[in-house]
Each structure stands twice: as structure tokens, then as C-alpha cells.
Write a protein that binds this ligand. Structure first.
Ligand code: 3HC
Length: 690
């Protein structure tokens, strides 16, 4: 065979081993090796049955994602799986680790599946803007029924081996995979002609008799249209499994898969898949490694502090939450416990696990309680003097600990300078709600040691977050770009757009909420107070606040809200106030199309991203994309702001920025030097190396 696929014999059982580290992805050589191995055993009269297994940490985790953007190479996976399924000898898949995507599709083509108990099985293609393309949508429903198949394909979430067995996806859970798989295969050979998944009809028959049931499944699992192309395609393919003969269904699936694979959304998701992993990689000097964190402390029991403390307990780490106010501590702890109790109620958490988490979380009013922690995360009020005091005190109380601040805007170099060891200080910028949001900006200050940075990235991963390393500047990457969008929202309102038009343009673009509704949710008064303190003004936002319209909390902001409802409703009062404000300022209003609104809000943000990149605050354009997708709701199917701009083409972005700068008179909207340079060279942001 090849190095990647080995064929060995265990008596009368052929054992085919795929060995393509790290995750046994199905690159062309693996597919070719597998096909050759099946052909060889088919003609070998000494062989009565076959086992397909994988070396290393996992069964095949799918097609090779890096191949998906390139011209397809033979043999194609559906043909390999067809050869497996039509093999006249029983083929048993021996599953461990994560059998995902094309990996699970191979297993579905096998005649039997045995698994270790810890195996996870899934079809995650939807998370890459795809649908299964090698029979997954056709064979899975035939084994487990449409209900489970719709749930698995449309969520992309894997299920455990036990559940898989209950649902008919796994035939046996075994303690010793290799020996058990061979024994299973041998017994199967004795039973004679193996069943082929494609020929099974019991599980789909009820829906075949009543295809209307499929619409109910589609409505339940696909949800409302949200701009993603993959969910409707998945529904179509899954329906075809029930309503068409196998050959036609699989042809339908393949056509839908190929169209998605070659389209822009899947390219965007693949970009994010690679960008998330690149963001976690640090090019550290030799010998530098992350420190082990066995115990953490969080300073501050407000919304952020409590959320961060909960993240540690959720990940199984002991954590002490410290606040000078016993009342705040009690409130913070109460909030955390309510979240856990709600998770228990929803069946997402066991009562025992909740108790374990409760025991991991302790509280204290005395800062001295942080003494045993190896990592301290400060989430006190956003005030430089307070933070410097805390860090100076921590310097003495926890002399060996890594000190992190959760500041959103403050200069971390200045905070670090309050200690005698600035090398051990960094930023860990969590997003609210901290237990839900996946993003953590890991802020590297001027003197942060590489080991400390590595520890920041590693601990964020331990907490299940997506860490992205950024440099120090006002607002770091995410909030610095957000500020540009907020300023432009105000400018557009004055220039002629109304809140509902702005929000509709951005939700249509794919954001879960528009900027006006986000402002109402967060509370308009916070930024208003900050502006007042700085002597700054934002005419419309200020006038709303002066009229007592602070957003959802007062039932009125850019929109109006019915009591107890979070649905924004257009408010003629606000629209009149906006029109009047434009008139007072002598601005002649004009209408804006949705496309123009998107460009006016997002191109200046991309421009700021270009500056961030040029300054080295972000190491790669992909880092900025990961931040905006995971922290700010930028639609993943557009790949993040920088990928989106690359896809449009930087010459157009440059020209539109030039026009926007001319129309608004805002010099900062003139294309940044990096945009100009890349556009002239016919390159994109993705080509900028750190
Ligand atoms: N193709 C190519 N490389 C892959 C890969 C794949 N399918 N899956 C993972 N890798 C690579 C990663 O890029 C990473 O490389 P790096 O070390 O150079 O950064 C390495 O394998 C390890 O991956 P992770 O860091 O993600 O390791 P984890 O242990 O955290 O997770 C995993 C392992 C659960 C397998 C996770 O990598 C994963 O979810 N992979 C994607 C699985 C997937 O989406 N499969 C479907 C592909 S599409 C398909 O099969 C189409 C078919 O229907 C025709």
C-alpha cells in the first residue's frame, strides 16, 4: 500500500490502518491507499472480513480541509466509500477519538461499526459552510432515521458512542478496540452476506409514507433563513434521502456539496478554521513553554469578574473571587449559582457537576486570599488609579503569580509599571457574558515575557475560549474597530439614515443585531457619561440620553420596547428628534440604500483594521477576523471583516473609502497606506505576513 494506508492480516481478517497524523484527514493519497487496500482484500481468497482502523489519536476526522479549496483529485471519496460498501466481505469500522465528516461517512459505508466508549461521532460539515458530500446525508438517515439525521447534520454537533449505539449508528461499544473489531469481523463473516446501508429502508420508511413530516423536521432543525447557504442545502439533501432512490439521492447530495465547496461561504469558513488555529500558535523561543495553572484568582465580583470566575470553575479549576464589598461578592456568587442551577434545570449540567463547581469557587473580601494563585485576573472598575493600586498590592501578596488585567481600554504598560515585574503582566480581555463569548484578546504588553504570553493563550484554551494575541492600544483590536463603527452610525443618522434602516442593513448583512439595537441593549447612558467626562459629544446619542432614553432598561432608546419585551419597535419620536437634529446642525439629509449603509459602516472599520495590521497590533489579518466573528457577531459565512474586504477586492474598498472620505470630510476615512499599497499590488490582507 502506501505509508499512509497499511494492509495487514490477522488470520482471515484483513486490517487496514490509516496513518496520516494528526487527525487522519482524507487527503488524496489516503483515499487512493484505501481504494487499493479494498481492491486487494476483495480478490484475496484467504480473507473473510475486513477491519478499517486508524493509527494515532483518532479515527478519520474528515476530508482534508486544506484540499477543499483546490481542484478535486481522484479518487473521489464517494467512490472509495462505494467500493467499501459493495465489498462482498463484511467491513467493520473500528472507531476511536472523533469520527467526523468524511470519516463518519467511511464508517457509514462499512457494514458494521464498533467503537470505544469515548468516541464522538458527527457530521460537522455545516460548520464549514458545507454539507456531507460522500453519502452522509443519504446513509445516516437510513441507519438512525430522519429525526436524528436532521439534528446531527444541521447542528454539526457530534454525539457520544453510547447515544450512537442507542440510535443504531454503532453496533457495539468495546473496551479493547483492535482485538474486538477483529473478533467482530470474524463473527460477521460467519453470518454471511453483510447488510449494505444503502439498502436499508426501515428507518426512513415512515417518512417516505408521509413526507410532510420532513418539513416539520426542517423547520425544527434548520431554523429561520439567516444568510447561510448550507442549511437549506442540507435539508434538500436529507429530504432526497427519503423521497428519492439511493442513486439519485446521492447524486443530488454531491451536486449540492460541490456547489457549496466551490462557493464563497465555505471559503470563508475554511479561512476561519485556519485563522483560529493560527491565532493560537505562538512562535516562541526554544525552551519557552506555558506555565501550569492549578489555581486562579479573580479580583472584582461585578458582571465581568463573576463571569470570568465562573469560567475557571466550569473548566474544573479552583478559583477565589475577591471583592472589597461583601455585598458584591454575594451578588456575584448568586449570579453564578443561578446560571448553574438553570443549566441543571435544562439538563445541560448534572447536579453532581454543579456541586463540584460550587466547591471550586470560593470568595474573600481580603486581597490576601489570592496568595496561593498562580494566575490573578483583575476585573475591577475601569479606573487606572484603582488598577495600579491593585497591581502594586498583588506584587507583594502573590509575588510569583502571573497578573492579568481584563481592562477594555486602559494602557496595560502603565498598569504593569505599577509592579516590580512587568514581564509577568498581560491583558486577558474577556467579552460579556464571559461564560458564553468564546473570544479572549490576550494582550501582550511591552515587557510581557514569552512564557507569560504562552500561559495566557494556554489558559484561555483550557477555558474553552478562542485566544487571539494583540498588542496594546486604546481598545485593542475589537473595541478600537467597534468605535469606528459607532462613530459612523451616529454620522449616518445625521446624514439621513434612520435607526431601523441601519439595523436592517446590518442584520441583512448577517449580524445578529444592528448597532442601534446593540446600543439599546448595552445601555446608552454608559457611553454618554464617558463622553461628558471627556467633554465630547455625539449629538443624537446625547439627545436621546438627555430625554431619558437609555435603551432597553428605560423601555426607550433608539427604539421603543413593550414592557418585558426585547423587540425593538420603530419610534416616530426618535425619528423626529433625529431629523430635527440634522436640521439644527445644518445637515441636508439624503436617503441611503442598504448597500451604502453597509459600506459606510464597515469599510471605515476595515480601514482601521489595516492600520492595526500595519502597526503590528494584530499579527495577521486572520486574527482580526477571528476577533470580529467570535466577539462581535460578524457573520462567520463572510469570514470576518478583512476576509470580506479581500473577497470584494481591495481596489474597490480603496475607491469607496476615497469617496466616503470626500463625502463626509472625515480625513481618517481616506484609505490607509496598507490598503493603497495592497490594492496597487493586486494583493489582499491575507498576504500580509506578521
Ligand atoms: N483536515 C485537515 N487538517 C485538519 C482537519 C481536517 N479535516 N482537522 C484537523 N486538522 C488539523 C488542524 O488544522 C490542526 O493542524 P495544526 O496543528 O497545524 O494547527 C491539527 O489537525 C489538530 O487540530 P486541532 O488543533 O483542531 O485539534 P483538536 O484536538 O483540538 O481537535 C478535531 C481535533 C476535533 C478533529 C478538530 O480538528 C476538528 O473539528 N476538525 C475538523 C473536522 C471537520 O470539520 N471535518 C469535516 C471536514 S469536511 C468533510 O469531511 C467533507 C466530506 O463530507 C466530503
Amino acid at each position: 500500500m502506501t505509508d499512509l494506508v497499511r494492509l495487514e492480516r490477522d488470520g482471515d481478517v484483513a486490517v487496514i490502518t490509516i496513518d496520516n497524523p494528526p487527525v487522519n484527514a482524507l487527503k488524496a493519497e489516503v483515499r487512493a491507499g484505501l481504494l487499493a487496500a479494498i481492491a486487494a482484500v476483495q480478490d484475496d481468497s484467504r480473507i473473510g472480513a475486513v477491519v478499517i482502523r486508524c493509527a494515532g489519536r483518532t479515527f478519520v476526522a474528515g476530508a482534508d480541509i486544506s484540499e477543499l479549496g483546490k481542484p478535486a483529485m481522484q479518487p473521489y471519496l464517494p467512490d472509495v466509500i462505494e467500493a467499501i460498501e459493495t465489498c462482498p466481505k463484511p467491513v467493520v469500522a473500528a472507531l476511536h477519538g472523533t469520527a467526523l465528516g468524511g470519516g463518519l461517512e467511511i464508517a457509514l459505508g462499512c457494514h458494521y461499526r464498533v467503537a470505544l466508549a469515548a468516541t464522538r461521532l458527527g457530521l460537522p460539515e455545516i460548520k464549514l459552510g458545507l454539507i456531507p458530500g460522500a453519502g452522509g446525508t443519504q446513509r445516516l438517515p437510513r441507519l438512525v432515521g430522519p429525526e436524528t439525521a436532521f439534528a446531527m447534520v444541521l447542528s454539526g454537533e457530534p454525539i457520544g458512542a453510547e447515544e450512537a449505539q442507542t440510535r443504531g449508528l454503532v453496533d457495539a461499544i468495546v473496551p479493547d478496540l483492535d482485538a474486538a473489531a477483529v473478533a467482530f469481523a470474524r463473527k460477521a463473516a460467519a453470518r454471511g452476506q453483510p447488510p449494505r446501508t444503502r439498502d436499508r429502508s426501515e428507518a426512513i420508511a415512515p417518512y417516505g409514507a408521509d413526507p410532510a413530516g420532513l418539513d416539520a423536521l426542517a423547520a425544527k432543525h434548520a431554523g429561520r433563513p439567516d444568510g447561510r447557504a448550507a442549511p437549506p442545502a442540507a435539508v434538500e439533501a436529507l429530504k432526497a434521502a427519503v423521497t428519492l432512490p439511493f442513486e439519485e439521492g446521492i447524486a443530488r447530495e454531491r451536486a449540492l456539496f460541490v456547489a457549496l465547496r466551490d462557493g464563497p461561504q465555505s471559503a470563508a469558513y475554511r479561512h476561519l478554521f485556519a485563522a483560529e488555529r493560527a491565532a493560537m500558535r505562538l512562535d516562541l523561543p526554544a525552551g519557552v513553554a506555558a506555565r501550569r495553572i492549578g489555581r486562579a484568582a479573580v479580583i472584582g465580583a461585578g458582571t465581568m469578574g463573576a463571569g470570568i470566575a465562573a469560567c475557571f470553575a466550569n473548566a474544573g479549576l479552583p478559583v477565589v473571587m475577591v471583592d472589597v464589598s461583601a455585598e458584591s461578592l454575594a451578588r456575584g456568587r448568586d449570579t453564578i449559582e443561578k446560571t448553574w442551577a438553570a443549566a441543571v434545570q435544562r439538563g445541560k449540567l448534572t447536579a453532581a457537576e454543579m456541586e463540584r463547581r460550587r466547591a471550586l469557587l470560593t470568595t474573600a473580601t481580603d486581597l490576601a486570599a489570592v496568595a496561593g494563585a498562580e494566575l490573578v485576573v483583575e476585573a475591577a472598575v475601569e479606573d487606572m488609579a484603582v488598577k495600579r493600586d491593585v497591581f502594586a498590592a498583588l506584587d507583594t501578596i502573590a509575588p510569583d503569580a502571573i497578573l492579568a488585567t481584563n481592562t477594555s481600554y486602559l494602557d496595560i504598560d502603565a498598569i504593569a509599571a505599577a509592579t516590580r515585574r512587568p514581564g509577568r503582566v498581560l491583558g486577558l480581555h474577556f467579552f460579556s457574558p464571559a461564560t458564553v463569548m468564546r473570544l479572549v484578546e490576550v494582550v501582550r504588553a511591552a515587557e510581557t515575557d514569552p512564557e507569560v504570553l504562552a500561559t495566557g493563550v494556554a489558559i484561555a484554551r483550557t477555558l474553552g475560549k478562542v485566544p487571539v494575541v494583540v498588542g496594546v492600544c486604546h481598545g485593542f483590536v475589537g473595541n478600537r474597530m467597534l468605535r469606528v463603527r459607532t462613530t459612523e452610525t451616529e454620522r449616518l443618522l445625521l446624514a439621513g439614515a434612520l435607526p431601523y434602516e441601519i439595523d436592517a442593513a446590518l442584520t441583512e448583512f448577517g449580524f445578529p443585531m444592528g448597532p442601534c439595537a446593540v446600543g439599546d441593549l448595552a445601555g446608552l447612558d454608559i457611553a454618554w457619561r464617558m463622553r461628558k467626562a471627556q467633554g465630547a459629544r455625539a449629538e443624537i446619542a446625547d439627545r436621546l440620553c438627555e430625554a431619558g432614553r437609555f435603551g432597553q432598561k428605560t423601555g426607550r432608546g433608539y427604539f421603543r420596547y413593550e414592557p418585558g419585551s426585547r423587540t425593538p419597535i420603530r419610534d416616530p419620536e426618535v425619528e423626529a428628534l433625529i431629523v430635527a437634529t440634522s436640521a439644527t446642525l445644518g445637515i441636508t439629509r439624503r436617503p441611503f440604500t442598504a448597500d451604502e449603509i453597509v459600506e459606510r459602516l464597515l469599510f471605515p472599520m476595515v480601514n482601521e483594521g489595516a492600520r492595526i495590521l500595519a502597526e503590528g497590533i494584530a499579527r495577521r489579518a486572520g486574527d482580526i477576523d477571528v476577533i470580529w466573528v467570535n466577539g462581535y457577531g460578524f457573520p462567520a459565512y463572510r469570514g470576518g471583516p478583512m476576509h470580506w474586504a479581500d473577497a470584494i477586492g481591495l481596489p474597490r474598498v480603496r475607491d469607496r473609502l476615497t469617496a466616503i472620505a470626500a463625502e463626509t470630510g472625515e480625513a481618517s476615512h481616506a484609505p490607509a497606506p496598507l490598503v493603497v499599497e495592497l490594492a496597487a499590488a493586486g494583493r489582499g490582507f491575507a498576504s500580509v505576513a506578521s
